[in-house]
Design a protein around this ligand. Structure first.
Ligand code: NAG
Ligand code: NAG
Length: 223
């Protein structure tokens, strides 16, 4: 009978050469590198964002089981709140609720929201001190650098190659936004919404917001 050590060795070989998609994340364990995190299926994160000096606060509600993701964004000292509501069928509703100037833009991204395992296959870059936390650092396709606290495995920060940085201020695992809040306003459905422009979210519509940017990450390899 094989010894425990031999069995572990065999297991490692099987994991390394297994064609399964699990290989990517488990290979890390075999080589002793930390495994990229899988996102909790539902969470609320409050974040500070910095887009080349333009500061924003962002409420991020990730809700994988219900196939939806919400970015609620406010620029520094701006009273207008922008809503970027993403559905996993690829449709995003980008709108304001400001009574003086209600706007809505419907965007079809053609891809769903980020999968919880979207960091699978990310390149481990070692440990760094960022935002006063000692973090494990991963890069995903030269597009995003992801920082997770070594001690608690909480997300700390993410930097996009565009210069957009996101600092996680709170992270509540399991928090879910009530259904009523996921209803886009009626003027998103009147057929005139497409030409309207929303200055605060201009960059988000072009792919500047956290969620929209993330939608552009090639996720095919993790599906
Ligand atoms: C925002 O980012 C810019 C670089 O793009 C940096 O110079 C600036 O210090 C940052 N601001 C804050 C408040 O972190
Ligand atoms: C995607 O889902 C949302 C929410 O259910 C819906 O409002 C929207 O019309 C759907 N988009 C498409 C293209 O079916």
């Amino acid at each position: 009978m094989a010894s425990a050590r031999e069995q572990m060795y065999l297991m490692a070989i099987l994991l390394i050469f297994s064609p399964s998609k699990l290989t990517l994340s488990n290979a890390g364990a075999v080589t002793g590198q930390p495994i990229p995190p899988e996102w909790p299926h539902q969470f609320h994160a409050f974040m500070f964002m910095n887009e080349s000096g333009i500061l924003q606060k962002l409420d991020l509600w990730y809700d994988w089981p219900n196939g939806r993701n919400f970015n609620i964004i406010r620029n520094q000292l701006d009273h207008v709140v922008s809503y970027d509501l993403e559905w996993t069928n690829g449709t995003s509703f980008v709108y304001t609720l400001d009574p003086s100037d209600p706007t809505c833009k419907v965007v079809d991204f053609g891809v769903g929201i980020l999968r919880p395992n979207w960091l699978d296959g990310a390149t481990y870059l070692g440990q760094q001190h960022v935002d006063n936390f000692l973090c494990n650092v991963w890069a995903k396709v030269d597009f995003i650098v992801y920082y997770e606290e070594v001690l608690t495995r909480r997300p700390v920060r993410r930097d996009f190659s565009s210069g957009y940085t996101g600092h996680v201020m709170t992270f509540e695992v399991g928090a879910v936004l009530e259904d009523a809040n996921w209803q886009a306003p009626v003027y998103c459905f009147d057929g005139n919404e497409k030409e309207k422009n929303i200055p605060i979210l201009g960059s988000a519509v072009r792919g500047g917001s956290l969620g929209s940017l993330m939608r552009e990450i090639p996720t095919g390899e993790t599906m």
